[in-house]
Design a protein around this ligand. Structure first.
Ligand code: SF4
Length: 365
């Protein structure tokens, strides 16, 4: 256990050991090779609730399409959502876009550097503000995401899980993070703590024998872990309808897409395959079955092939429907499920590598 108030030497030792380990063991990630605050910001937003392996591909694609904050601010929202497609949690993309416009309007296009100013931007909470202030601007502020909370709770033998903790414990962890943060290498220190939680001090089976700060840890693998909440499952069916285009050439194919209402709480305005009321699909019409996880729910999706003549007979959910040329479908703001199905049906090109086991930032509400 570290007691910063009475043992500054332990704090200095902790910082030294953690940073020495980070300097020699950190993963080579693209956002660690840049000092551009905008690029770091994009990576931090993408990493919330999304695995590192997935983010790497999308990070490059996003910066290629929107290489600067003004380029992002000036883009139509549908373009931003289309490039974000496959990452999920689309509210992040909308907020990033709005925040870029806010920075153009209120900060002359320059991202502010303090936690207080950053928190005034749309979609930026305590974690992202501290991450940007420390990593992009070298401000000595600690941060707490799920990984950091788990590591610090294990170090101190506090009852946190790294997932959900009460406000009192959260506050204790935040205070400790701010006491421990390195005064001159705050960005590296914060990333080192997150890296430790992502690679060694993992939720299950922490690798304490390899841990650089084991000497200061009160639990060393004996900390109680809470069982993972059970996944729910539900059955859904959707229609895969493809037709030959009348123009410009009948050999060109179009796929039927349906736009989710802008009032939806999840993925508003995104394009999906039409959803059917009846999840049962006759086997003769079954094209494929796909499992798709969103939050704590596994969706088992039966995909039904639909002939063009039958489309109007389907009972579809309310929504704006349109036939989209397959050549353009990949650049539409598709839901992750629609992109997955169209990719498996070899109708659009895959755009995201399979996720590998790697950690992610915790999600901000
Ligand atoms: S010793 Fe084990 S439990 Fe403690 S911080 Fe290191 S990896 Fe985590």
């Amino acid at each position: 256990m570290i007691q910063p108030d009475i043992d500054p030497e332990a704090v200095a030792r902790f910082r030294r050991m953690l940073l020495a380990w980070y300097d020699s063991h950190q993963r080579n990630l693209p956002w660690r090779q840049t000092k551009d605050p905008y690029a770091i910001w994009v990576s931090e937003i993408m990493l919330q609730q999304t695995r590192v392996a997935v983010v790497i591909d999308r990070y490059h694609a996003f910066l290629q399409r929107f290489p600067s904050l003004p380029a992002l601010a000036l883009a139509p929202e549908q373009d931003v959502l289309a490039v974000w497609s496959g990452l999920g949690y689309y509210r992040r993309a909308r907020m990033l876009h709005k925040a870029a416009q806010f920075v153009i309007e209120h900060h002359n296009g320059v991202l502010p550097s303090t936690v207080e100013q950053l928190r005034l931007l749309p979609g930026i909470g305590a974690y992202t503000a501290a991450a940007l202030a420390s990593i992009a601007f070298n401000r000595p502020v600690g941060l707490v995401d799920g990984n950091v909370e788990r590591v610090l709770c294990r170090l101190q033998d506090w009852p946190g899980t790294g997932r959900v903790s009460g406000p009192t414990l959260r506050r204790k962890v935040e205070i400790l993070a701010n006491q421990l943060v390195h005064p001159t290498r705050p960005g590296d220190f914060n990333q080192a703590l997150m890296e430790l939680g992502a690679t060694l001090c993992t939720p299950r089976r922490p690798q304490c024998l390899s841990c650089p700060v084991a000497v200061d840890c009160s639990t060393r693998g004996e900390h109680k872990t809470t069982p993972r909440p059970p996944m729910l499952s539900t059955q859904v069916a959707c229609a895969l309808a493809v037709r030959s285009a009348a123009q410009p050439c009948p050999s060109h194919l179009e796929v039927l897409l349906e736009q989710r209402s802008t009032d939806e709480s999840v993925m508003p305005g995104m394009w999906q395959l039409p959803v059917l009321h009846d999840p049962q699909v006759p086997s003769a019409q079954l094209r494929m079955t796909v499992r798709h996880a969103i939050m704590q729910v596994n969706y088992y999706v039966r995909v039904r092939t639909v002939l063009e003549d039958d489309v109007d007979a389907l009972t579809l959910l309310q929504g704006n429907r349109r036939w989209v040329p397959l050549a353009e479908a990949g650049s539409v703001a598709l839901t992750g499920l629609a992109r997955k199905i169209l990719t498996r049906a070899h109708l659009v090109q895959p755009s995201v590598r399979k996720p590998a086991a790697a950690a992610q930032r915790s999600h901000e509400p």
